[in-house]
Ligand binder design. Structure first.
Ligand code: SF4
Length: 441
């Protein structure tokens, strides 16, 4: 069976959560027999990074609320020092966050925080996020934004995640607007269980989510593969660890950790334990289900098996370096209101941009950054066009390098300092530049 060498992990900073969300296995105690209860310890976290220098990224959220870990700030500092990026992308509720942690997520450049906010009003929000306080969550978001502004930082990227139910679907539009006002990306998600408050207006949900499906069954029917199929990729690219080092494999499995501890065996050793290798073989359609492998009891595996829609090496490879992110931070030129930003790989020759179809608009004083996903480390060029008075535009060119580590880079673009060129230097009649980057926000 093929050896894997993951360079990212997910580990629960805490298995505790202060909310009581009705469908959550943490809230009703289902996670307790398998995962126990506790916080990831700073000493274990440091030893894990020290002994496994191949780790470039750590996702700290899973079944608990990472901000409840009393040593979170120290962990963020240590990861930052080692050039390891950290995220809270699985989900944070942000109800109780110490002031130092709000500052630390900016100081130590946490990559992303996905904030679970399923409503635009307290009444609706707390129907699912039971015990949650929307006002406090929004205050905490605003404090992080303020720290980000003071530090002139682009990180963390803040995402408003909205799980759609029947009781909140009418607040989708309002929540989207509230997120936009805060410069947050908005991510509507399909619920994992239709028995609780199923959607009442499927057409609205199909459109608002942009998925063309109102629930996960419909998604499977329409697309031919599961809504969260990529969770299984974690067995290859980003193994999930419990707070005490045991290996869950993926973020779904709470019922049966694999019989290996990554704190003792190391990441590569744990990821290549024979049982994890067997689970990968099962998911690839190369081994029969076995009772002692957690996937055998998982509905995701059942979906894959029934359709014989096995995980392929191409899917795994496509996802393996997807954590890289860069943020361009344009500084305002006098009187400028916005800039059009384009990025291409390499320094020379400069492509000819077709401005009306190219890049992103950055609004000075409003937007935080322009984010993009570099295809790898190396040389890149950013071109800014700043419309001025009388229909004249100024063009600024910035050449920069994206390092191999950390995976998140910030590139300040001082529009007063860079060399200025006139728009006429570009041949606007030639074929469009084809920026190879994927725009994220
Ligand atoms: S089949 Fe289930 S338990 Fe196995 S990796 Fe996929 S989501 Fe996790």
């Amino acid at each position: 069976m093929k050896h894997v060498r993951p360079s990212a992990i997910q580990i629960d900073a805490s298995s505790h959560c202060q909310l009581a969300c009705p469908l959550c296995p943490t809230a009703d105690g289902r996670t307790r027999p398998g995962l126990g209860q506790g916080h990831l310890k700073l000493a274990d976290f440091r030893a894990l990074l020290d002994r496994n220098p191949e780790i470039r990224h750590v996702e700290l959220s899973n079944y608990g609320e990472m901000f409840l870990n009393p040593q979170l700030t120290e962990m963020l500092a240590y990861a930052f020092e080692r050039g390891v990026t950290v995220s809270g992308g699985n989900g944070v509720n942000l109800n109780n966050v110490r002031a130092e942690a709000l500052e630390a997520v900016v100081r130590y450049r946490v990559r992303t925080l996905t904030c679970s906010i399923d409503g635009a009003t307290q009444q609706t929000y707390s129907k699912y996020r039971v015990n949650g306080n929307l006002e406090r969550v929004l205050e905490n978001i605003d404090r992080i934004r303020e720290h980000r502004r003071k530090a002139r930082s682009a990180f963390p990227v803040l995402t408003w995640q909205f799980v759609v139910f029947g009781h909140n679907e009418d607040e989708l539009a309002a929540a989207r607007e509230m997120a936009a006002k805060r410069g947050m990306s908005f991510l509507p998600r399909l619920s994992w269980d239709n028995t609780l408050s199923p959607v009442r207006q499927p057409e609205l949900v199909r459109i608002e989510t942009g998925l063309g499906a109102a629930d996960r069954d419909e998604y499977l029917q329409e697309k031919g593969s599961g809504y969260t199929r990529d969770i299984c990729y974690q067995l290859w690219n980003q193994p999930v660890l419990n707070w005490d080092g045991r290996v869950n494999g993926c973020c779904v499995n709470y019922w049966q950790p694999f019989p290996v501890n990554a704190f003792d065996a190391g990441l590569e050793g744990a990821a290549n334990h024979p049982d994890l290798a067997y689970a990968r073989a099962m998911l690839s359609g190369k081994a029969e289900p076995r009772a002692d492998i957690p996937c055998t009891r998982c509905h995701h595996f059942e979906e894959i098996r029934q359709a014989a829609n096995w995980i392929t090496p191409e899917e795994i490879a496509a996802q393996s370096d997807s954590l890289r992110m860069a943020a361009l931070l344009p500084e305002a030129a006098a009187g400028a209101r916005f800039a059009q930003v384009m990025v291409v790989k390499g320094w020379d020759p400069l492509p000819a941009p077709v401005w009306h179809t190219t890049g992103r608009v950055f609004r000075f004083g409003v937007d935080t950054a322009v984010y993009f996903a570099p295809s790898g480390p190396g040389r890149y060029t950013a071109v800014l066009r700043i419309p001025g008075a009388g229909g004249k535009s100024q063009v600024r060119i910035f050449r920069f390098e994206i390092p191999a580590r950390p995976l998140c880079a910030e590139i300040p673009l001082d529009t007063e300092q860079a060399g200025a060129d006139s728009e006429n230097d570009f041949d606007l009649s030639s074929s469009p530049a084809a920026p190879e980057n994927i725009w994220i926000l």
